[in-house]
Design a protein around this ligand. Structure first.
Ligand code: NAD
Ligand code: DAU
Length: 336
């Protein structure tokens, strides 16, 4: 099986490449990545040369994408601009990379008749109130809140339209918040871990009551591989690990405790404008129809996943340190 993994030098994409090379001995992976500030070629170090190729380039580059697509069996699209806070400062890269980028990939898979799996997010559904017992399902209406989530919603709509109108062979997955190795230090969990490793207090937006349905990146990627191998063409699958009851304050306290700091060793900072309150995912379709199950579930599973993630950042300072000062300088400007 030959894979073209777009955005494969980013957090989830890089973990996917390591995962698929390890799990499938017949897999060959080509990564196409623009290496934005969020892409890091070092995340792909150590992969076997005969089974892995890296190409620096843009999914909006029609010729390059066409040339690469001809030789593969499937495109797995992780490429996107992904940070909500950045989309509030400058939405344009989100429109370009997420909407136009997906358009170009769709035209290429259509022309060359190749399979596509498009990676999306729970944020396309908007948010839930804290006391709302519902979870997002594959039929929940789209209601995005930020420029980032609106751009992801747009890209999903394009994929659905190309499936219906042009009959392309595609699947979509919408996943909850990921954590694990190789995540950029701008994101919530690695930001707090690397703050503590730098002897700086973690930063909690507002009161920290917001809930994210945290999932370990390996559970996400196991689900993606399951959908690629067993999923029904044209379908959307929700991916989640039932962690929709752990708020940000609890996560930050867990990190402090796991890193031998007092549980309240953190600061409240400015909240994010338009901050989504709660995400919750119902992944029963994926479990029932394709037999996928997450490994890191509930508060105990999350603690294990966090412990491993903390160890990874402790042992890989050379990977994250070059990004840290610039990231924090950006946050300082918004009081976050
Ligand atoms: P990331 O920001 O860590 O990485 C994104 C990668 O895409 C980077 O390597 C970047 O260089 C590359 N890229 C951006 N624009 C490109 C372009 N035009 N051409 C080629 N490469 C380009 O992102 P991530 O957190 O790994 O997210 C990957 C995907 O998963 C995204 O589509 C995101 O919306 C989705 N997702 C993320 C999460 C999460 O919690 N991080 C959860 C659900 C879904
Ligand atoms: O839900 C899936 C989404 O998860 C993905 O689509 C996005 O690409 C990914 O970035 C993530 O979006 P969030 O906005 O939920 O993630 P972030 O890591 O930015 O923040 C998680 C929560 O933590 C959110 O409620 C804001 C809060 N937060 C964030 C930072 C960076 C803090 O309290 N302090 C912080 O320093």
């Amino acid at each position: 099986m030959k894979y073209l993994v777009t955005g494969g030098a980013g957090f989830i994409g890089a973990n996917f490449v390591h995962y698929v090379i390890k799990q499938r001995s017949d897999a060959h992976v080509t990564v196409l990545d623009k290496l934005t500030y969020a892409g890091n070629e070092k995340s792909l170090a150590g992969l076997p040369e005969d089974r892995f190729t890296f190409v620096e380039g843009d999914i909006c580059d029609e010729k390059l994408v066409g040339d690469l697509i001809k030789d593969v069996d499937i495109v797995v699209n992780f490429a996107a601009d992904t940070h909500n806070d950045n989309s509030l400062i400058d939405p344009w890269p989100f429109i370009e990379n997420n909407i136009l980028g997906t358009y170009h990939l769709l035209q290429a898979v259509r022309k060359h008749d190749k399979r596509l799996h498009h990676i999306s997010t729970d944020e396309v559904f908007g948010d839930l109130e804290l006391d709302d017992p519902n979870r997002f399902t594959e039929t929940t209406s789209y209601n995005p809140s930020s420029p980032y989530s609106a751009s992801k919603a747009s890209s999903d709509h394009l994929v659905r339209a190309w499936i219906r109108s042009f009959g392309i062979k595609a699947t979509i997955s919408n996943c909850a918040n990921n954590y694990g190795p190789y995540q950029h230090v701008e994101k919530f969990i690695p930001r707090q871990i690397t703050n503590i490793l730098s002897d700086v207090k973690p930063k909690l937006y507002g009161a920290g009551q917001n809930i994210r349905d945290w999932i370990h990146v390996d559970d996400h990627n196991a689900a993606v591989l399951t959908i690629i191998e067993k999923g029904n063409l044209g379908e959307t699958y929700i991916i989640g690990a039932d962690n929709d009851h752990i708020n940000n304050k609890t996560v930050i306290e867990m990190i402090c405790e796991l890193m031998d700091k007092p549980r309240d060793w953190y600061e409240h900072v400015n909240d994010r404008p338009g901050h989504d309150m709660r995400y919750a995912m119902d992944s029963s379709k994926l479990r029932r129809e394709l037999g996928w199950m997450p490994q890191y579930t509930d508060q105990a599973g999350m603690r294990d996943g966090l412990k491993e993630t903390i160890d990874w950042y402790r042992e890989n300072e050379a990977w994250w340190k070059p990004e840290k000062a610039e990231t924090e300088a950006k946050y300082q400007k918004t009081g976050q």
